[in-house]
Design a protein around this ligand. Structure first.
Ligand code: AQP
Length: 340
Protein backbone atom coordinates (compact mmCIF):
# COMPACT_ATOMS: atom_id res chain seq x y z
CA UNK A 1 0.00 0.00 0.00
CA UNK A 2 1.08 3.58 -0.61
CA UNK A 3 0.80 6.28 2.07
CA UNK A 4 -1.61 8.43 0.02
CA UNK A 5 -5.33 8.32 0.87
CA UNK A 6 -7.10 7.66 -2.43
CA UNK A 7 -10.84 8.20 -3.00
CA UNK A 8 -12.52 4.76 -2.69
CA UNK A 9 -13.24 4.04 -6.33
CA UNK A 10 -14.19 0.90 -8.22
CA UNK A 11 -13.26 0.31 -11.86
CA UNK A 12 -14.09 -2.73 -13.90
CA UNK A 13 -14.96 -3.66 -17.45
CA UNK A 14 -16.16 -6.36 -19.80
CA UNK A 15 -15.11 -6.90 -23.42
CA UNK A 16 -17.92 -6.51 -25.96
CA UNK A 17 -16.33 -9.38 -27.87
CA UNK A 18 -19.61 -11.30 -28.05
CA UNK A 19 -22.84 -11.57 -26.12
CA UNK A 20 -22.37 -11.63 -22.34
CA UNK A 21 -22.47 -15.00 -20.58
CA UNK A 22 -23.58 -16.32 -17.22
CA UNK A 23 -19.86 -16.33 -16.33
CA UNK A 24 -19.60 -12.60 -16.99
CA UNK A 25 -22.74 -12.04 -14.96
CA UNK A 26 -21.83 -14.09 -11.87
CA UNK A 27 -18.10 -13.37 -11.92
CA UNK A 28 -18.33 -9.66 -12.66
CA UNK A 29 -21.56 -7.86 -13.52
CA UNK A 30 -23.60 -8.99 -10.51
CA UNK A 31 -20.82 -7.77 -8.26
CA UNK A 32 -20.58 -4.45 -10.14
CA UNK A 33 -24.20 -3.88 -9.14
CA UNK A 34 -23.61 -4.98 -5.53
CA UNK A 35 -20.70 -2.54 -5.20
CA UNK A 36 -22.72 0.28 -6.75
CA UNK A 37 -25.66 -0.44 -4.43
CA UNK A 38 -23.42 -0.61 -1.35
CA UNK A 39 -22.74 3.09 -1.96
CA UNK A 40 -19.27 2.90 -0.39
CA UNK A 41 -17.31 3.62 -3.59
CA UNK A 42 -17.56 5.72 -6.72
CA UNK A 43 -18.11 3.17 -9.51
CA UNK A 44 -16.73 3.37 -13.04
CA UNK A 45 -17.85 0.61 -15.42
CA UNK A 46 -16.58 0.25 -18.93
CA UNK A 47 -17.22 -1.70 -22.13
CA UNK A 48 -13.64 -2.33 -23.11
CA UNK A 49 -13.86 -2.13 -26.90
CA UNK A 50 -10.11 -1.45 -27.26
CA UNK A 51 -9.48 -4.78 -25.54
CA UNK A 52 -11.99 -6.52 -27.77
CA UNK A 53 -10.05 -5.56 -30.94
CA UNK A 54 -6.93 -7.40 -29.74
CA UNK A 55 -8.55 -10.25 -31.68
CA UNK A 56 -10.50 -9.71 -34.93
CA UNK A 57 -13.91 -8.06 -34.55
CA UNK A 58 -16.24 -7.42 -37.43
CA UNK A 59 -17.06 -3.66 -37.10
CA UNK A 60 -20.83 -4.10 -37.37
CA UNK A 61 -20.76 -6.88 -34.80
CA UNK A 62 -18.60 -4.82 -32.46
CA UNK A 63 -21.07 -1.91 -32.59
CA UNK A 64 -23.99 -4.23 -31.88
CA UNK A 65 -22.18 -6.12 -29.12
CA UNK A 66 -21.13 -2.87 -27.43
CA UNK A 67 -24.73 -1.61 -27.34
CA UNK A 68 -25.94 -5.02 -26.23
CA UNK A 69 -23.37 -5.12 -23.41
CA UNK A 70 -24.44 -1.62 -22.30
CA UNK A 71 -28.06 -2.81 -22.34
CA UNK A 72 -27.08 -5.90 -20.32
CA UNK A 73 -25.24 -3.78 -17.73
CA UNK A 74 -28.31 -1.59 -17.26
CA UNK A 75 -30.69 -4.56 -17.27
CA UNK A 76 -28.60 -6.16 -14.52
CA UNK A 77 -28.89 -2.99 -12.42
CA UNK A 78 -25.96 -0.72 -13.33
CA UNK A 79 -27.56 2.71 -13.03
CA UNK A 80 -25.91 5.37 -15.23
CA UNK A 81 -27.10 8.04 -12.80
CA UNK A 82 -25.07 6.44 -9.98
CA UNK A 83 -22.21 4.75 -11.87
CA UNK A 84 -20.13 5.99 -14.78
CA UNK A 85 -20.99 3.75 -17.76
CA UNK A 86 -19.14 4.22 -21.06
CA UNK A 87 -17.11 2.55 -23.78
CA UNK A 88 -13.34 2.64 -23.42
CA UNK A 89 -12.43 4.06 -26.82
CA UNK A 90 -14.28 7.30 -25.99
CA UNK A 91 -11.98 8.18 -23.07
CA UNK A 92 -8.60 8.58 -24.81
CA UNK A 93 -6.64 8.55 -21.55
CA UNK A 94 -6.89 4.74 -21.54
CA UNK A 95 -4.85 4.35 -24.73
CA UNK A 96 -2.52 7.23 -23.83
CA UNK A 97 -1.72 5.91 -20.37
CA UNK A 98 -1.34 2.41 -21.81
CA UNK A 99 1.52 3.68 -23.96
CA UNK A 100 3.31 5.02 -20.89
CA UNK A 101 2.75 1.68 -19.15
CA UNK A 102 4.07 -0.20 -22.18
CA UNK A 103 7.31 1.57 -21.37
CA UNK A 104 7.14 0.66 -17.67
CA UNK A 105 6.09 -3.00 -17.98
CA UNK A 106 8.75 -5.56 -18.92
CA UNK A 107 8.49 -8.03 -21.81
CA UNK A 108 9.16 -10.89 -19.37
CA UNK A 109 6.15 -9.91 -17.24
CA UNK A 110 3.85 -9.96 -20.26
CA UNK A 111 5.24 -13.24 -21.59
CA UNK A 112 4.30 -14.97 -18.33
CA UNK A 113 0.59 -14.05 -18.55
CA UNK A 114 -1.47 -17.23 -18.85
CA UNK A 115 -4.22 -15.47 -20.85
CA UNK A 116 -1.61 -14.49 -23.46
CA UNK A 117 -0.33 -18.07 -23.60
CA UNK A 118 -3.89 -19.47 -23.85
CA UNK A 119 -5.13 -17.02 -26.47
CA UNK A 120 -1.99 -16.82 -28.61
CA UNK A 121 -1.36 -20.56 -28.23
CA UNK A 122 1.20 -22.08 -30.57
CA UNK A 123 0.51 -19.35 -33.08
CA UNK A 124 2.00 -16.43 -31.13
CA UNK A 125 3.89 -15.10 -34.19
CA UNK A 126 0.52 -14.38 -35.76
CA UNK A 127 -1.10 -12.87 -32.64
CA UNK A 128 -1.56 -9.09 -32.57
CA UNK A 129 0.89 -6.92 -30.67
CA UNK A 130 -2.19 -5.58 -28.86
CA UNK A 131 -2.98 -9.03 -27.48
CA UNK A 132 0.52 -9.20 -25.98
CA UNK A 133 0.21 -5.70 -24.50
CA UNK A 134 -3.37 -6.31 -23.26
CA UNK A 135 -2.43 -6.31 -19.53
CA UNK A 136 -0.73 -2.87 -19.80
CA UNK A 137 -3.95 -1.44 -21.28
CA UNK A 138 -5.88 -3.08 -18.45
CA UNK A 139 -3.54 -1.45 -15.92
CA UNK A 140 -4.18 1.88 -17.67
CA UNK A 141 -7.97 1.35 -17.50
CA UNK A 142 -7.76 0.92 -13.74
CA UNK A 143 -5.06 3.44 -12.89
CA UNK A 144 -6.44 6.23 -15.11
CA UNK A 145 -9.14 6.47 -12.41
CA UNK A 146 -6.84 5.81 -9.43
CA UNK A 147 -9.21 2.91 -8.77
CA UNK A 148 -8.72 1.35 -5.36
CA UNK A 149 -10.84 -1.78 -5.96
CA UNK A 150 -11.50 -3.96 -9.00
CA UNK A 151 -14.23 -6.65 -8.95
CA UNK A 152 -13.24 -9.41 -11.40
CA UNK A 153 -13.53 -13.15 -11.94
CA UNK A 154 -10.73 -15.49 -10.89
CA UNK A 155 -9.27 -15.55 -14.45
CA UNK A 156 -8.24 -11.90 -14.15
CA UNK A 157 -6.27 -12.30 -10.91
CA UNK A 158 -2.89 -12.48 -12.67
CA UNK A 159 -3.63 -9.31 -14.68
CA UNK A 160 -4.56 -7.50 -11.47
CA UNK A 161 -1.24 -8.53 -9.94
CA UNK A 162 0.49 -7.10 -12.98
CA UNK A 163 -1.45 -3.83 -12.53
CA UNK A 164 -0.10 -3.66 -8.98
CA UNK A 165 3.43 -4.34 -10.27
CA UNK A 166 3.14 -1.56 -12.87
CA UNK A 167 1.83 0.93 -10.28
CA UNK A 168 4.60 -0.01 -7.83
CA UNK A 169 7.34 0.21 -10.49
CA UNK A 170 6.08 3.58 -11.74
CA UNK A 171 5.93 4.96 -8.18
CA UNK A 172 9.40 3.59 -7.44
CA UNK A 173 11.08 4.66 -10.73
CA UNK A 174 9.81 8.23 -10.48
CA UNK A 175 10.05 8.51 -6.67
CA UNK A 176 6.36 9.34 -6.27
CA UNK A 177 3.34 8.00 -4.44
CA UNK A 178 1.01 8.65 -7.34
CA UNK A 179 -0.72 5.40 -8.30
CA UNK A 180 -2.67 3.30 -5.79
CA UNK A 181 -1.86 -0.38 -5.33
CA UNK A 182 -5.29 -1.62 -6.37
CA UNK A 183 -7.07 -4.40 -4.48
CA UNK A 184 -8.76 -7.14 -6.52
CA UNK A 185 -12.24 -8.11 -5.30
CA UNK A 186 -12.72 -11.79 -6.15
CA UNK A 187 -15.39 -13.48 -4.04
CA UNK A 188 -18.58 -15.53 -4.02
CA UNK A 189 -19.29 -19.11 -5.14
CA UNK A 190 -18.96 -18.42 -8.88
CA UNK A 191 -15.71 -16.55 -9.43
CA UNK A 192 -14.89 -19.10 -12.14
CA UNK A 193 -17.91 -20.45 -13.98
CA UNK A 194 -16.89 -23.37 -16.16
CA UNK A 195 -18.00 -24.48 -19.61
CA UNK A 196 -21.13 -26.66 -19.69
CA UNK A 197 -19.30 -28.99 -22.12
CA UNK A 198 -15.99 -29.28 -20.24
CA UNK A 199 -15.69 -28.65 -16.51
CA UNK A 200 -11.98 -27.88 -16.78
CA UNK A 201 -12.47 -24.93 -19.19
CA UNK A 202 -13.80 -21.46 -18.33
CA UNK A 203 -17.22 -20.53 -19.71
CA UNK A 204 -16.33 -18.03 -22.40
CA UNK A 205 -18.23 -15.88 -24.90
CA UNK A 206 -15.76 -16.78 -27.65
CA UNK A 207 -16.01 -20.58 -27.16
CA UNK A 208 -16.95 -21.99 -30.58
CA UNK A 209 -19.68 -24.13 -28.96
CA UNK A 210 -22.80 -22.15 -28.06
CA UNK A 211 -23.87 -25.12 -25.90
CA UNK A 212 -20.87 -24.46 -23.63
CA UNK A 213 -22.40 -21.30 -22.20
CA UNK A 214 -25.60 -19.60 -21.09
CA UNK A 215 -25.94 -16.29 -22.94
CA UNK A 216 -27.74 -13.24 -21.62
CA UNK A 217 -29.84 -13.40 -24.78
CA UNK A 218 -30.97 -17.06 -24.31
CA UNK A 219 -34.69 -17.58 -23.73
CA UNK A 220 -36.16 -19.94 -21.13
CA UNK A 221 -36.31 -22.92 -23.52
CA UNK A 222 -32.71 -22.48 -24.60
CA UNK A 223 -31.52 -22.21 -20.99
CA UNK A 224 -33.41 -25.39 -20.05
CA UNK A 225 -32.02 -27.20 -23.12
CA UNK A 226 -28.42 -26.15 -22.36
CA UNK A 227 -28.61 -27.32 -18.74
CA UNK A 228 -30.34 -30.56 -19.80
CA UNK A 229 -27.49 -31.27 -22.21
CA UNK A 230 -24.73 -30.04 -19.86
CA UNK A 231 -22.05 -32.66 -19.49
CA UNK A 232 -22.11 -34.50 -16.16
CA UNK A 233 -20.96 -37.83 -14.76
CA UNK A 234 -23.30 -40.78 -14.08
CA UNK A 235 -23.18 -40.52 -10.25
CA UNK A 236 -25.99 -38.86 -8.27
CA UNK A 237 -25.19 -35.74 -6.23
CA UNK A 238 -23.32 -36.50 -2.98
CA UNK A 239 -24.28 -35.27 0.49
CA UNK A 240 -21.35 -32.85 0.87
CA UNK A 241 -19.60 -30.27 -1.31
CA UNK A 242 -16.19 -31.76 -0.45
CA UNK A 243 -17.16 -34.97 -2.27
CA UNK A 244 -17.39 -33.00 -5.55
CA UNK A 245 -13.63 -32.38 -5.49
CA UNK A 246 -12.85 -34.63 -8.47
CA UNK A 247 -16.14 -34.03 -10.33
CA UNK A 248 -15.58 -30.67 -12.11
CA UNK A 249 -18.79 -30.68 -14.19
CA UNK A 250 -20.96 -31.57 -11.19
CA UNK A 251 -19.23 -29.01 -9.00
CA UNK A 252 -19.72 -26.33 -11.64
CA UNK A 253 -23.48 -26.88 -11.76
CA UNK A 254 -23.67 -26.75 -7.96
CA UNK A 255 -21.61 -23.52 -7.90
CA UNK A 256 -23.91 -21.98 -10.51
CA UNK A 257 -27.00 -23.02 -8.56
CA UNK A 258 -25.57 -21.64 -5.31
CA UNK A 259 -24.69 -18.31 -6.91
CA UNK A 260 -28.06 -17.91 -8.65
CA UNK A 261 -30.07 -18.93 -5.59
CA UNK A 262 -27.81 -16.85 -3.28
CA UNK A 263 -27.22 -19.88 -1.01
CA UNK A 264 -24.02 -21.33 0.41
CA UNK A 265 -22.74 -24.49 -1.26
CA UNK A 266 -23.28 -26.36 2.04
CA UNK A 267 -26.93 -25.27 2.13
CA UNK A 268 -27.31 -26.38 -1.51
CA UNK A 269 -25.84 -29.83 -0.80
CA UNK A 270 -28.17 -30.25 2.18
CA UNK A 271 -31.06 -29.49 -0.20
CA UNK A 272 -30.06 -31.52 -3.29
CA UNK A 273 -27.69 -34.25 -1.99
CA UNK A 274 -28.84 -37.66 -3.26
CA UNK A 275 -30.70 -36.24 -6.27
CA UNK A 276 -30.01 -37.60 -9.76
CA UNK A 277 -29.39 -35.27 -12.71
CA UNK A 278 -32.90 -35.78 -14.07
CA UNK A 279 -34.22 -34.17 -10.93
CA UNK A 280 -31.54 -31.52 -10.33
CA UNK A 281 -31.04 -30.11 -13.84
CA UNK A 282 -34.65 -28.93 -14.40
CA UNK A 283 -34.58 -27.32 -10.97
CA UNK A 284 -31.32 -25.53 -11.83
CA UNK A 285 -32.81 -24.35 -15.14
CA UNK A 286 -35.86 -23.00 -13.30
CA UNK A 287 -33.71 -20.93 -10.92
CA UNK A 288 -31.59 -19.66 -13.85
CA UNK A 289 -34.66 -18.62 -15.82
CA UNK A 290 -36.10 -16.89 -12.77
CA UNK A 291 -32.93 -14.76 -12.41
CA UNK A 292 -31.99 -14.26 -16.07
CA UNK A 293 -35.29 -13.90 -17.92
CA UNK A 294 -36.33 -10.54 -16.41
CA UNK A 295 -32.88 -9.18 -17.29
CA UNK A 296 -33.07 -10.52 -20.83
CA UNK A 297 -36.46 -8.85 -21.25
CA UNK A 298 -35.08 -5.57 -19.94
CA UNK A 299 -31.98 -5.84 -22.16
CA UNK A 300 -34.16 -6.35 -25.24
CA UNK A 301 -36.24 -3.33 -24.24
CA UNK A 302 -33.07 -1.16 -24.08
CA UNK A 303 -31.96 -2.58 -27.43
CA UNK A 304 -35.15 -1.26 -29.05
CA UNK A 305 -33.70 2.24 -28.68
CA UNK A 306 -30.02 2.18 -29.73
CA UNK A 307 -29.86 5.99 -29.95
CA UNK A 308 -30.72 6.20 -26.24
CA UNK A 309 -27.95 3.71 -25.43
CA UNK A 310 -25.48 5.85 -27.44
CA UNK A 311 -26.65 8.96 -25.57
CA UNK A 312 -26.12 7.26 -22.19
CA UNK A 313 -22.65 6.07 -23.23
CA UNK A 314 -21.84 9.59 -24.46
CA UNK A 315 -22.75 11.09 -21.08
CA UNK A 316 -20.74 8.40 -19.33
CA UNK A 317 -17.66 9.02 -21.42
CA UNK A 318 -17.78 12.76 -20.61
CA UNK A 319 -17.73 11.87 -16.90
CA UNK A 320 -14.95 9.33 -17.49
CA UNK A 321 -12.82 11.95 -19.27
CA UNK A 322 -13.33 14.39 -16.40
CA UNK A 323 -11.71 11.93 -13.98
CA UNK A 324 -9.08 10.36 -16.23
CA UNK A 325 -7.65 13.37 -18.10
CA UNK A 326 -6.14 15.16 -15.06
CA UNK A 327 -4.61 11.83 -13.91
CA UNK A 328 -3.08 11.33 -17.38
CA UNK A 329 -1.78 14.93 -17.45
CA UNK A 330 -0.14 14.49 -14.06
CA UNK A 331 1.39 11.17 -15.17
CA UNK A 332 2.96 12.83 -18.21
CA UNK A 333 4.23 15.70 -16.05
CA UNK A 334 5.83 13.24 -13.61
CA UNK A 335 7.50 11.50 -16.58
CA UNK A 336 8.98 14.79 -17.82
CA UNK A 337 6.75 15.67 -20.75
CA UNK A 338 6.22 19.36 -21.43
CA UNK A 339 2.58 20.43 -21.60
CA UNK A 340 2.17 22.94 -24.41
N1 AQP B 1 -16.43 -18.00 -16.78
C1 AQP B 1 -16.29 -16.95 -15.99
N2 AQP B 1 -16.50 -17.06 -14.66
C2 AQP B 1 -16.37 -15.99 -13.83
N3 AQP B 1 -16.04 -14.76 -14.28
C3 AQP B 1 -15.83 -14.61 -15.60
N4 AQP B 1 -15.51 -13.55 -16.35
C4 AQP B 1 -15.43 -13.92 -17.65
N5 AQP B 1 -15.70 -15.21 -17.77
C5 AQP B 1 -15.95 -15.68 -16.52
C6 AQP B 1 -15.26 -12.23 -15.80
O1 AQP B 1 -15.98 -11.28 -16.59
C7 AQP B 1 -15.23 -10.08 -16.64
C8 AQP B 1 -15.11 -9.62 -18.06
O2 AQP B 1 -14.37 -10.55 -18.81
P1 AQP B 1 -14.05 -10.21 -20.31
O3 AQP B 1 -15.22 -10.46 -21.14
O4 AQP B 1 -13.51 -8.85 -20.42
O5 AQP B 1 -12.88 -11.16 -20.66
P2 AQP B 1 -12.73 -12.67 -20.48
O6 AQP B 1 -12.41 -12.99 -19.05
O7 AQP B 1 -11.70 -13.09 -21.48
O8 AQP B 1 -14.17 -13.26 -20.81
P3 AQP B 1 -14.56 -14.22 -21.95
O9 AQP B 1 -16.03 -14.48 -21.85
O10 AQP B 1 -13.68 -15.44 -21.90
O11 AQP B 1 -14.29 -13.35 -23.23
P4 AQP B 1 -13.52 -13.75 -24.53
O12 AQP B 1 -14.10 -15.07 -24.93
O13 AQP B 1 -13.80 -12.66 -25.51
O14 AQP B 1 -12.08 -13.85 -24.16
C9 AQP B 1 -13.89 -10.34 -15.97
O15 AQP B 1 -13.94 -9.83 -14.65
C10 AQP B 1 -13.80 -11.82 -15.95
O16 AQP B 1 -13.04 -12.29 -14.85
Amino acid sequence: MTGTAFTPRVFSGIQPSGGLTLGNYLGALKRFVDMQDAGTHECVYCLVDLHAITVWQNPDDLRKQTREAAAAFMAAGVDPARSVLFNQSQAPAHAQLAWAFNCVARMGWMGRMTQWKDKAGKNSEQASLGLFAYPALMAADILAYHATHVPVGEDQKQHLELTRDIAAKFNHDFGVDFFPITEPVIDGPATRVMSLRDGTKKMSKSDPSDMSRINFSDDADKIAQKFRKARTDPEPLPATYAELKDRPEARNLIDIYAALAAKSTDAVMAEVGGQGWGQFKPHLAEVAVEVLSPMTGEMNRFMDDPAEIDRILGEGSAKAREISEPILAKTYEIMGMIAS
